[in-house]
Design a protein around this ligand. Structure first.
Ligand SMILES: [Zn+2]
Length: 191
């Protein structure tokens, strides 16, 4: 849907000189499709974040993650600030969670070892970036079979296949002993 709007925006006879910005898309969306913006608003957490948060794992009822992927929130202030500037979603809870997140991180509690559980809004805007965070080395992963939290991770891409215009593959992550921590099939359509 956002792509469609971006295309339409670019095709206007007199496109704005500034080009398409996150703000202009958000404003256009509010004007043209107000009913598609969800009404439920975000409730700011009343507690401080700790250094480590669960990004993925069985505790969120996820099937593809058997291990628990933790991310280091003490590294994420700058990323979250940029991300809030550059992206916009019509899901109000997610959008407001994303906008509030950098401010929340300024009060991070680095003394407490408890792990932070993300709320729904935070989870929604962070969940798709797990590979990026692992690439940045902002992670740890808990293997329930070893009962050990590892930094090292065996990341594999299997079953790469191209069928017509569709590219598909399987992502598999294992602990260093060989237990599967994450596995899922994914695909993209090429144009
Ligand atoms: Zn293991």
């Amino acid at each position: 849907m956002l792509n469609k709007i971006t295309n339409w925006f670019n095709k206007r006879p007199t496109p704005s000189k500034k080009g398409v910005t996150t703000k202009s898309i958000a404003n256009l969306f509010r004007k043209q499709y107000p009913t598609l913006i969800t009404k439920e608003s975000y409730t700011k957490p009343q507690y401080r974040s700790t250094r480590w948060a669960v990004l993925h794992g069985p505790c969120y009822g996820e099937k593809k993650f058997k291990g628990t992927l933790l991310i280091d929130l003490s590294q994420m202030f700058e990323w979250s600030q940029n991300h809030a500037k550059k992206t916009w979603t019509n899901q109000t809870v997610t959008q407001e969670a994303k906008e509030y997140f950098p401010e929340w991180l300024t009060r991070i509690d680095l003394e407490t070892e408890a792990v932070t559980i993300l709320d729904k809004g935070q989870y929604e805007f962070l969940k798709d970036y797990y590979s990026d965070f692992v690439n940045e080395d902002w992670h740890q992963i808990y293997c329930p079979q070893c009962k050990v939290t590892y930094k090292k991770l065996d990341r594999q891409t299997l079953n790469k296949e191209k069928t017509g215009s569709e590219l598909s593959w399987t992502i598999q992550w294992k602990c260093i002993v060989g237990h599967v921590l994450c596995r899922h099939d994914t695909s993209i359509r090429l144009f």
